[in-house]
Design a protein around this ligand. Sequence first.
Ligand code: OKP
Ligand code: ZN
Length: 336
Amino acid sequence: MKVIFHPKYVEHEQPGRHPERPQRLNAILSRWEERDDMPEIEVPEPIKRKDLLSVHSEDYVEEVLEGPSDYLDGGDTYLGENTPEIASLSAGGAVRALELADEGIKTMALLRPPGHHAGRNYGGGFCYLNNIAIAARISSYDRVAIVDIDAHHGNGTSDIFYMDPSALYVSAHHHGIFPGTGEKEAMGEEDGEGYNVNIPFRTGAGDTSVDYAWDEVISPVIEQYDPGLILVSLGTDGHYKDMMTGLSYSSSCYIDTANKVMGLSDKVCDGRISFMLEGGYHLGSLTEIITSIVDSDDIEKGPPQLEYNKVVDDDIKEKSTVDDVRMLLDDHWDLC
Ligand code: OKP
Ligand code: ZN
């Protein structure tokens, strides 16, 4: 597995004390450096304007690339001097991931700024350009599955493809927090009906609920959709150490899930898969999850030593939510 990273990704800074900070990526890189075990790194080019327009409106692209320095939203997402350049490199990283996936090379794209809250003509939630949506749109596959395992609902990605069956959007997220979308009844509209799958977890959901969701809903839907490419919006903010949300995933929950979806990609689309970083704010868990996923295709390395690996949810706390989703999707997918 290759890593996609640009040195400028760590120059992106939000004003004041902000959780989406450069140390997130520095901590990951330092871990590999300390072990003298740096993975192969691909350095991307900035995104082309025409690729941005595959997802975003002309006016919004203008605003992000040339607009005055100001907040794009209530005060979480600042557009500064160097934001246009770095956001363009972040989206360019998603394009690079797509090119590598075309060659059957799996990637971990360590992108900053993140993208899944950015819609066709809005930014917010620390996001400016929707990296993963752009990769899905410009890809040459008839069907692309986007799996969003950040603990926030990726409202931007969901909106962009809400009426579009050429992308399947599946998200498991903490219900009732920012951005407030992602109800289980929101299943897409018009031609996109059935291609938007939300699993809104209540506070405390963890490893066994995630396993249950994958076995009963996520894996079968992806298999039946039969995508040519799988893209994963990977955020580690559902970890029990991460204070941004109330989910309680362990580090191995993320690592096992990543391996599950990589296995699925081998089975359905010749291993064409990329993980693209969204959130994850507790540095210790973020670091051990990301480095372990990247290292996991090297069997010689053996199982990772994990520091943050308590299983909090061991009795499928959210079984009923997953069962509800399965019932709601009954018209569209064969899940019983
Ligand atoms: C980005 B990602 C109210 C709190 C808003 C924004 C959270 C953005 C999360 N001002 N918090 O999905 O991890
Ligand atoms: Zn998040």
